[in-house]
Design a protein around this ligand. Structure first.
Ligand code: 5GP
Length: 190
């Protein structure tokens, strides 16, 4: 998605050789028109998959996931991050390490909103090591829902997350792939 590449070059900043700050576009401020473009692109790529639900993890995945769900005309479910560790028999729960915060959080999805009748498209903002994705994929598997694939806004392809998922046979579509942040320079693949 060339428009997204341009905006990342203009408004992103490299914090270190593995962290890109995208607060102006994705992680703090959101551009509705650009986000709708993301949603249209994901919806196009998964148009044949008879998606019944879009799923993401709060909070940064929500805008692109909402845009995608809106174009596909299906509900959006976002996994919530839990602060307390009270077991809930009515929810699927997984523990995931957070790449940027360096802490572990629990994510949960109510069983009511994810069932084996669902064909799910999982949208997320950024994939690094893939821990967040793996946590939500485990929840989707436990629910019996079919995972059609992932739609990732920014794949950092120099980290292993997306590659590992593809090696497991999971479809991962990324709007832009960043091959390096070395020397403060954002390099794209293709
Ligand atoms: P992972 O679990 O794949 O290692 O990391 C995924 C999550 O960490 C993303 O949803 C994103 O919120 C955050 N994250 C990972 N890498 C970056 C980065 O370079 N910049 C920002 N802003 N967030 C990141």
């Amino acid at each position: 998605m060339d428009s997204l590449k341009q905006r990342i070059l203009q408004e992103g900043s490299v914090l270190s050789s593995d962290v890109l700050k995208l607060d102006a576009l994705i992680n703090h401020q959101v551009d509705p028109l650009l986000t709708m473009e993301m949603g249209k692109e994901f919806a196009k790529r998964y148009a044949e998959q008879e998606i019944t639900k879009v799923i993401t993890v709060e909070s940064s995945g929500i805008p692109a996931a909402f845009a995608t769900a809106s174009v596909l005309g299906v509900p959006l479910v976002f996994a919530r991050r839990k602060k307390t560790l009270i077991a809930d028999p009515d929810a699927y729960c997984e523990r995931v390490p957070s790449f940027t915060k360096g802490i572990v959080t629990d994510i949960m999805v109510s069983k009511q909103f994810l069932t084996k009748q669902d064909r799910v498209l999982f949208i997320d903002d950024i994939i690094a090591n893939g821990d967040a994705a793996r946590g939500l994929i485990k929840i989707i598997e436990r629910s019996g829902a079919h995972l059609a694939g992932l739609g990732i806004v920014v794949e950092k392809s120099f980290q292993a997350g997306a590659r590992t998922l593809r090696e497991q046979g999971i479809r991962v579509e990324s709007l832009v792939r960043i091959s390096s942040l070395d020397d403060g320079i954002i390099s794209f693949e293709d």
